[in-house]
Design a binder for this molecule. Structure first.
Ligand code: NAP
Ligand code: G4F
Length: 321
């Protein structure tokens, strides 16, 4: 039985990846940090099928112990401070988690067992003020947030360990991906959750920032498969993972409110405090390398994704009432 260690297993992607690896017959270990209240909601349904190990990306020894205890063939580094606006409030902590955390984990692998395959969760946020459209593996980075800068560090340190120590270390440059398990602070879930609450009569107003921003949104369940494929190739290569289609935040609003049959004009207001100090205006990825070499492609399109999220929020809110 192949063993895998997933950092960030309690997050959106971690929960989908753990499910995916279990279905592939893996023994799955997850790194979780101590907290006064457990945040295992997203992995509750598989809680008895995964082994959770205490550890933190801030603590090198805990990473070494987690590797020594789980002896994985593959490590997926999904843990990060992943919310872009929070990175302006906590730039140093974001760097500690999201940039240096990757180095600590790579160092731990180098010490414990250099043959472990390593996946780094890189981000399209690294493209920032984009140099070309669509963005591919060769597009230069121009990050626009402390988060994007930290991810660029994580990306290059992964390449550096691959080239310095001959380790199988790869980065997936993933464009935005969402699901009913997305955190409530990200715009997709904020909108679908609000549309469902307004439909149920629990909320009247939805305050948003920049409606003009464009993102290439895919489904998280599709994207975790690409992570696994990247680690199960003959050669360690970095890949862009995206749908290739870009939509504005206002399209997201229109589809979500359309699903519940409500006019968004009556509920959405613009809150200038939600506009970012520096915005990423347009992301649209070219994933032809992943499509040709990994045989990967997204299955869920934008409209189906938004509808899936609205339906899940409607059902969950209805059940809780
Ligand atoms: P998420 O839902 O915010 O999950 C983040 C995870 O990281 C949580 O499990 C969190 O644990 C854990 N974590 C945070 N700080 C930690 C620390 N110091 N030590 C150990 N664990 C820590 O993020 P996601 O959407 O699943 O994204 C997964 C990864 O992909 C992240 O690295 C993100 O930056 C990157 N990424 C995401 C997207 C996207 O669109 N979703 C796109 C590109 C890249 P707690 O439960 O304890 O908070
Ligand atoms: O949903 P978002 O917060 O995602 P963002 O900033 O693109 O970051 C996500 O995707 C990255 C990949 O490119 C990941 F690396 C990162 O970890 C995260 O998962 O915001 C999307 C867009 C932005 O342009 C933002 O300005 O939506 C705009 N927006 C407009 N109103 C809003 C809001 N974003 C949020 N979170 N909340 C709003 O009220």
């Amino acid at each position: 039985m192949k063993r895998a260690l997933v950092t960030g297993i309690t997050g959106q992607d971690g929960s989908y990846l753990a499910e995916f690896l279990l279905a592939k017959g893996y023994e799955v270990f997850g790194l979780v940090r101590r907290s006064s209240t457990e945040s295992f909601e997203r992995i509750q349904h598989i809680r008895d099928r995964v082994t959770l190990l205490q550890g933190d990306l801030l603590d090198e020894n805990s990473l070494i112990s987690a590797l020594a205890d789980s002896r994985p063939a593959e490590v997926y580094n999904l843990a990060a401070q992943s919310f872009v606006p929070a990175s302006w409030n906590q730039p140093v902590l974001t760097g500690e988690f999201t940039a240096l955390g990757a180095t600590r984990l790579l160092e731990a692998i180098r010490i414990v067992d250099k043959s472990i395959r390593f996946y780094q969760a890189s981000s399209s946020e690294m493209f920032g003020r984009v140099r070309e459209t669509p963005q591919n593996e060769k597009t230069p980075f121009y990050p626009r947030s402390p988060y994007g800068v930290a991810k660029a560090y994580g990306h290059f340190i992964t390449i550096n360990y691959r080239e310095s120590y001959d380790m199988f270390a790869v980065s997936g440059i993933l464009f935005n991906h969402e699901s009913p398990r997305r955190g409530l602070e990200f715009v997709s879930r904020k909108v679908t959750h609000a549309a469902a609450r307004i439909k149920h009569g629990l909320q009247k107003e939805l305050r948003l920032g920049n409606l003009d921003a464009r993102r290439d949104w895919g489904f998280a369940g599709d994207y975790v498969e690409a992570m696994w494929k990247m680690l199960n190739q003959a050669e360690p290569i970095d890949y862009v993972i995206s749908t290739g289609k870009s939509h504005q935040v206002r399209d997201l609003v229109r589809i979500a409110f359309g699903r519940v049959g409500i006019d968004p004009e009556k509920h959405v207001t613009i809150d200038p405090s939600l506009v970012r100090p520096a915005e990423v205006d347009l992301l649209m990825g070219d994933s032809s390398l992943a499509r040709s070499r990994l045989g990967w492609e997204p299955r869920v399109d934008f409209e189906a994704l938004v509808n899936m999220m609205v339906d899940a929020d409607l059902a969950a809110i209805g059940a809780a009432r």
